[in-house]
Design a protein. Structure first.
Length: 66
């Protein structure tokens, strides 16, 4: 019985390490998804800025200053 109890702290430590690693991986995945969506939004914003800047949308909608 004593031999069995000696391994319990080690098993508990391994379990805590595994839990920590799993939690860290989940946090990293969430962070990566956040950065990915932020990048997509920035690219969409730049694309819209460019399209409005060259006047494509204004020409298609018939809006002009003159």
């Amino acid at each position: 019985m004593e031999n069995r109890n000696e391994h319990l702290p080690n098993q508990e430590a391994e379990g805590l390490r595994a839990h920590s690693k799993k939690h860290e991986n989940n946090s990293t995945k969430k962070s990566n998804k956040l950065w990915l969506w932020l990048g997509v939004l920035v690219l969409v914003f730049i694309l819209l800025w460019w399209i409005f800047g060259i006047g494509t949308v204004e020409d298609l909608s018939g809006v002009s200053n003159g």
